[in-house]
Design a protein around this ligand. Structure first.
Ligand SMILES: Cc1ncc(CN)c(N)n1
Length: 226
């Protein structure tokens, strides 16, 4: 299964994650978004949890600003915080508002354990490591949704969840993915050397990426059980 080109580090980590990656980007929840069979209640439940997710995930990207060592790294991290807080969350607020769920109510959504486990895992990777560790934990989220959005844009047979698909398959999100992929290549080269696989840190970075991918799968599964 080939995906979009978001850089060398991502391509290698994705390959190392094997079937786990496929289980995430082709999860039944994703398939149901594409064919329109996902129940509305499950979608809204997922969206409310995802709003909470994005709140904490934005904090993790803010930590990437803290862990940056160059101005260029800071620029991408700041841009991604902006893309999450200002752009991506608009989708959640807009869809929920249209069905009578106000933003304050969204913000007050009780966090499910699957959600909490994922974002706190990512934050911990950043607290205890450097930018390379943090990016390995952040990448499956940003780039996985880019891959899912690009795929669904091509194959989705239904228009029911078109807004969602257009957000992640659209040019703005795809350009964030390219920037984050380039940041990974540059940040890893700086910290572990350009021959990623030769670094004693590589296996651990891949393990972090894989765990975050498993947590993404768990998040989809949670979405199916309102
Ligand atoms: C759980 C999850 N993973 C990824 C994304 C894409 N930023 C998201 N909105 N939610």
């Amino acid at each position: 299964m080939k995906g979009p080109d978001y850089g060398r580090a991502f391509g290698l980590m994705r390959e190392a994650a094997g079937d786990t990656w496929h289980g995430y980007v082709r999860h039944p929840f994703v398939q149901a978004l594409g064919d329109g069979s996902l129940p509305k209640a499950a979608f809204l439940h997922y969206l409310r949890q995802d709003y909470v997710f994005l709140t904490h995930f934005s904090r993790a990207w803010a930590l990437a600003v803290v862990k940056s060592e160059t101005h260029d790294e800071m620029l991408v991290a700041v841009g991604t915080v902006n893309a999450l807080v200002v752009e991506e969350m608009k989708l959640h607020v807009g869809i929920c508002e249209a069905v009578g769920i106000a933003q304050e109510e969204l913000f007050a959504t009780a966090e499910r354990p699957e959600n909490l486990a994922y974002t706190r895992f990512v934050l911990e990777a950043g607290y205890s490591g450097d930018l390379a560790d943090l990016l390995a934990a952040l990448a499956p989220c940003v780039l996985g949704y880019g891959e899912i959005g690009a795929w669904l844009s091509q194959v989705a047979a239904s228009k029911t969840y078109r807004d969602w698909i257009d957000t992640y398959g659209g040019p703005d999100y795809q350009s964030t993915c390219k920037e984050v992929g380039a940041l990974m290549d540059q940040a890893l080269s700086r910290r572990i050397g350009a021959d990623f696989k030769a670094s004693p840190r590589w296996d651990r970075l891949c393990a972090t990426f894989r765990t975050a991918t498993e947590l993404e799968q768990g998040f989809w599964q949670m979405g199916l059980t309102p």
